[in-house]
Design a protein around this ligand. Structure first.
Ligand SMILES: [Mg+2]
Length: 407
């Protein structure tokens, strides 16, 4: 890359951060590609009655339909809603086009998801004009090149940029200047703060705290005592101090996961483990494809009453091996499962590193270094050769005997 040095946020330059979010992304792509869907309530979802809505078009949202809602509920709210199966590759394609537009303005682009990103445009002024103008240009360019609209928020700190992008959705552009920031913070409802979960919001509201202004007036020590780290974070945010910076490629290093909504609820541990094994395979393959190693393994279960549990293990060494991921999730399952009817199963890996950590060594009685007894190395060999076969002969070429359906 060239000699042009991109400035980062510094004391001399007020930081300016953009948050861009495509509007009803999957649904908008479908409406773009299929004119007969335009102006109509559309949801992207699997087709079975047990599927969950991935995205709802704005027409569908008018009926109260939203993402993560079970499809049957969406159909109840709007029986005429058009259910479209998603096309990941197409969304990915458009996403790439959008991200390459963003990277024309700054290398400091942090993808949050397929349709969402932060940009640090501090110091880009001389090249592209003030932040608001950059935001406008980006919106226009995205529309010209993809035919889709997005909403952009522009603020001196990261979390406010995200809050701002949501204010005038769809096709919105909202700018919170340094001068306006303080008033804005004081009036901001706590529940609008990204990362403030239901439990935190409820705890705060029981203390009479509804806005960041309320939070500022509350004794800080008491808040931290009650809410711990999340209390500390909220206090800082309330005073306009957001330590998080825009870090390019952070998303890629966050987590890899998969989940499956079962065709039928189950209480059969053997069946659950077969699913866990398939999911471990999928996640491990994804890790290997990206050259990642994970330190944390997560099991997620949703039950038929929609309650859910998430349990995780931190490994003594990082892994990209399905056998290890499977053993850990199966163990978590055995320890935590109490016979409920299971609706959804998920496996995830987090705390991703790009370097493999050594298997921790144990000293035996004679002081000799001995490797911890694991099967990881054998598994590794088997799985790497499975990767090669899959690459050569396609998806159906090989599968674990245990996954073969009993007829
Ligand atoms: Mg979006």
């Amino acid at each position: 890359m060239g000699a042009l040095k991109w400035p980062r946020a510094s004391d001399t330059l007020p930081t300016m951060i953009l948050h861009l979010d495509m509007d009803a992304f999957f649904a908008s792509v479908e409406q773009l590609d299929n004119p007969e869907l335009r102006g109509k309530p559309v949801v992207i979802s699997g087709q079975s009655a047990r599927s969950v809505v991935a995205t709802a078009s704005y027409e569908a949202r008018k009926y109260g339909i939203h993402s993560a809602m079970p499809l049957f509920q969406a159909l109840k709210l709007c029986p005429d809603v058009l259910v479209v199966r998603g096309r990941r590759h197409r969304y990915k394609e458009i996403s790439c086009a959008v991200f390459s537009i963003l990277e024309e303005y700054t290398p400091l682009v942090e993808p949050v998801s397929i349709d969402e990103a932060y940009l640090d445009v501090t110091g880009c002024e001389r090249l592209f004009g003030p932040p608001l103008k950059i935001a406008k240009t980006i919106k226009e360019k995205v529309f010209q090149e993809t035919g889709l609209t997005c909403s952009v928020g522009c603020a001196p700190i990261k979390f406010l940029a995200k809050v701002a992008s949501d204010i005038h959705k769809p096709n919105g552009l909202t700018h919170i200047s340094i001068e306006e920031m303080d008033d804005f913070l004081v009036g901001l409802p706590v529940k609008k703060v990204p990362g403030a979960g239901k439990r935190t919001t409820q705890a705060l509201s029981s203390m009479g705290i509804h806005t960041l202004g309320d939070l500022r007036r509350f004794p800080k020590e008491l808040l931290i005592k009650k809410l711990g780290l999340s209390g500390q974070r909220l206090v800082a945010l309330a005073w306009g101090k957001d330590p998080s910076t825009v870090s390019p490629h952070a998303e890629r290093a966050k987590s890899v996961s998969t989940e499956t909504t079962l065709e039928k609820d189950t209480t059969d541990p053997q069946f659950v483990k077969a699913v866990l094994l398939a999911q471990s395979d999928e996640v491990a393959r994804e890790l290997r494809r990206k050259g990642f190693y994970a330190r944390r393994v997560t099991l997620k279960l949703t039950f038929s009453d929609f309650t859910r549990i998430t349990r995780q293990t931190t490994l003594p060494h990082t892994t990209d091996v399905a056998g290890r991921i499977f053993e850990e999730t199966a163990l978590l399952f055995d320890r935590n499962y109490k016979g409920q009817r299971i609706r959804l199963i998920g496996v995830g890996c987090a705390e991703i590193e790009t370097q493999k950590s050594e298997v921790p060594c144990q000293l035996d009685l004679f002081g000799a270094v001995k490797k911890r007894e694991t099967h990881d190395e054998e598994w590794e060999k088997v799985e790497k050769s499975m990767d090669d076969i899959l690459k050569k002969f396609g998806k159906e070429a090989i599968f674990r005997a245990r996954l073969k359906k009993k007829e």
